[in-house]
Design a protein around this ligand. Structure first.
Ligand code: IPE
Ligand code: IPE
Ligand code: MG
Length: 263
């Protein structure tokens, strides 16, 4: 349940590290439903309840960016009825929750392909972005119809066009330019990516941006991912030692001692 962390969470809270950008692969709605002899649709509906909860908790914890993987470019291969359910839930979420998100000072951004989406969905996504554009609280990034390979393919096409039209020389292309030509241009790389349901893969999520992300895989299915689960995952993140190819502070001091002593 959302609300103040319970007394039982106090030791976890000490270990928790708040990332600037948390990204979540919300997986396991179908398995959650199956275990309860419910329909997959009911699993997805319960997944939306967990979405509301993580948005409120991320804002409360002071996380600046929360990216939620809600529909992948590969999810179109699911049965038409399930796709219709998922699109319906997205529409319902935006229609019902946009005012609340706006009141919570949440800024909504959407990453993913928009070219072949139904026009009513595109309008809703645009409305969510434009209505909340000036909010200064949590940035909620909805990854919808998102696939990292198609994001990178789009990026290569855009840069190739610039080169073809003589506005860009190939040797001017650098990592920053690539980052700022992706859908996620204005969003910092995720510090930590949580995946629920026990699967340990990225499933085409943020391949470029995840170069130095920490991964936390949790066994519970997405509808069961509550505040306690979030705090446990952030405590796990807090125990990681991020080096970005360099050295941890204590090893850096050790190695300068060795150099200083000529050893
Ligand atoms: C995550 O749950 C929601 C989406 C991928 C849209 P799943 O629907 O993948 O649930 P499982 O993996 O079948 O349990
Ligand atoms: C990843 O989950 C996509 C989302 C959570 C939206 P999937 O359930 O589609 O991933 P796979 O098929 O198990 O890799
Ligand atoms: Mg799944």
């Amino acid at each position: 349940m959302a609300g103040q962390p319970s007394f039982a969470d106090a030791p976890i809270l000490d270990a928790v590290c708040i990332p600037r950008h948390l990204a979540v692969i919300m997986d396991g709605n179908g398995r959650w439903a199956k275990a309860r002899k419910l329909s997959r649709t009911q699993g997805h509906r319960q997944g939306v309840v967990a979405v509301r909860e993580i948005v409120a908790n991320a804002a409360k914890l002071g996380i600046q960016y929360l990216t939620l993987f809600s529909f992948s470019s590969e999810n179109w291969s699911r049965p038409a009825s399930e796709i219709a359910d998922l699109l319906g839930l997205l529409k319902l979420f935006i229609r019902k929750d946009l005012s609340t998100l706006h009141k919570q000072n949440v800024r909504v951004l959407v990453i993913g392909g928009r070219a072949n989406l139904p026009s009513d969905i595109v309008s809703l996504l645009e409305e969510a972005e434009s209505r909340t554009a000036n909010n200064s609280g949590l940035t909620l990034v909805i990854a919808f119809n998102y696939g990292a390979r198609s994001e990178m393919t789009d990026m290569v096409r855009r840069l190739a066009k610039e080169v073809q039209e003589g506005r860009l020389a190939p040797e001017q292309i650098n990592e920053d330019m690539i980052s700022s030509t992706l859908y996620s241009a204005s969003i910092p790389d995720p510090d930590v990516i949580i995946r629920t349901s026990g699967e340990k893969r990225l499933s085409n999520f943020l391949l470029w941006q995840a170069a130095y992300s920490e991964f936390v895989f949790v066994d519970c299915n997405w509808p069961d991912f509550d505040e306690h689960q979030l705090l446990l995952a952030l405590a796990e993140y807090g125990r990681r030692n991020r080096r970005f190819g360099g050295l941890a502070e204590e090893d850096r001091q050790d190695s300068s001692k060795i150099v200083a002593s000529g050893g």
